[in-house]
Design a protein around this ligand. Structure first.
Ligand code: NAP
Length: 373
């Protein structure tokens, strides 16, 4: 199969477009589509907010009659089944598109290979696999949920020059500067859910919302691993649970008294009732077993998860082999006495991760590492 430089250029544009709605298309993937006629883009679209309409039908409708004989660039194989919307493959055929260039074939068994087969049946030329690595990266959350039945997990940590992520008893300690923090807000905005351990929830009293201008409505669901329901009712997470959902993951029912030691399960019951009355959802699922928790989150439609610490939580996810991407911010500040050691630094990234890039945000350095999907 051979692709022209034009194919790669237009697919790169379609992939960039697809990223616009990351984290905002519910359980549908955020797909980009361009319709190109004689080298000119005559239609372009990304999957609509909420997941429908799909990119292809919107781009075709923009192109109108110009779609006849054109080439469509789509980041994911067009669907061929009748779901809540008619199949995109049929729309591409009906508009008379002559050639379709696809980046990634769809692992969804209702689509896989069938979209392509249906298009070829209609005598449309189909080429798949252009910029596939980049396409897979942009669809990582969808592909992970489809093929591994769990969300795509990003671990983000900010580490000081002396290898610390915080200071005992000091609450939130500023490690990175405003540029890096703004970048983290953008990452949160494209993620379905964000998770911390109870240690962080108590020590930092974080909000874990998106507060960057224009992105405020894109806060992810907030999840706290809290075996003994210790999340204070006065915390900012609980105080805002009616505006942005908060899920507390606590030990399984029946093992409450064991998990809590000397605290009776009746006390746990009253804590649970108080949290629920404040709008928090309490979910019983062993918080120490991410291999059980993650499929449960996927079943709820969560395709991407950002683990923001602290040290113990990060370590547990790493040891379970359930981190797909690491974002490691290294800042020039020193923490010194009482520092909480980072569970990892740039010299001990677990095997299997490839270094995929370095960016500077003010004086802070971001290194990204990824594992193949
Ligand atoms: N710089 C950064 O990037 C960053 C990010 C976040 C937090 N922090 C800092 O990290 C510190 C808190 O870290 P931490 O290690 O003490 O707390 P943590 O990881 O936030 O929470 C650990 C606690 O959560 C409970 N837990 C429940 N499920 C767990 C699981 N699956 N894995 C691990 N723990 C689980 C455990 O309770 P039990 O002990 O009852 O078992 C454990 O003590 C704070 O000082 C905060 O400022 C830094």
């Amino acid at each position: 199969m051979s692709f022209t430089p034009h194919d790669e250029r237009f697919m790169a544009a379609a992939i960039r477009l697809s990223r616009w709605h990351l984290g905002r298309t519910a359980t549908n993937p955020s797909v980009g589509c361009l319709i190109v006629k004689d080298g000119v883009i005559v239609g372009r679209a990304v999957t609509a907010l909420g997941g429908r309409p799909h990119a292809e039908t919107q781009a075709l409708s923009e192109a109108g009659a110009l779609a006849r004989g054109a080439t469509a660039y789509v980041t994911l194989e067009p669907c061929s089944h009748h779901g809540k919307t008619p199949p995109c493959a049929e729309a591409l055929i009906a508009y008379g598109v002559a050639r379709i260039v696809i980046s990634v074939t769809d692992p969804d068994p209702r689509v896989s290979g069938r979209g392509i087969a249906r298009l070829r049946e209609a005598s449309i030329e189909v080429d798949a696999g252009v910029l596939e690595a980049e396409g897979r990266q942009s669809l990582a959350a969808y592909l992970t949920r489809q093929t591994k039945n769990r969300p795509y997990v990003t671990l983000k940590l900010a580490v000081s020059a002396d290898g610390m992520i915080g200071r005992q008893g000091a609450g939130q300690v500023a490690i990175t500067g405003p540029e890096a923090r703004a970048q983290v807000q953008a990452l949160r905005a494209e993620t379905d859910a964000i998770l911390v351990g109870i240690g962080t929830a108590i020590a930092d009293d974080p909000l874990l919302t998106v507060r960057s201008p224009g992105l405020e409505s894109q806060s992810p669901i907030r999840i706290v691993l809290d075996p003994s329901l210790a999340l204070p009712l006065t915390s900012r997470l609980v105080g805002t649970a009616r505006e942005v959902p908060v899920i507390v993951v606590t030990s399984e029912e029946g093992s409450l008294s064991q998990a809590e030691g000397d605290i009776a399960s009746t006390e746990m019951e009253s804590r649970r009732a108080a949290l629920e009355a404040a709008g928090v959802e309490v979910v019983h699922c062993n918080p120490y077993h991410p291999e059980v928790l993650l499929p449960a989150l996927a079943t709820r439609g969560i395709s991407s998860l950002l683990v923001e610490g602290g040290a113990k939580t990060a370590r547990l996810f790493l040891e379970a082999g359930l981190v797909d991407r690491i974002q490691l911010y290294q800042a020039p500040v020193m923490i010194g006495e009482g520092g909480i050691e980072s569970p990892l630094d740039a010299t001990d990234i677990p095997s299997g991760f490839a270094h995929t890039g370095t960016l500077m945000f003010g004086g802070d350095r971001l290194d990204e590492y990824e594992r193949g999907l």
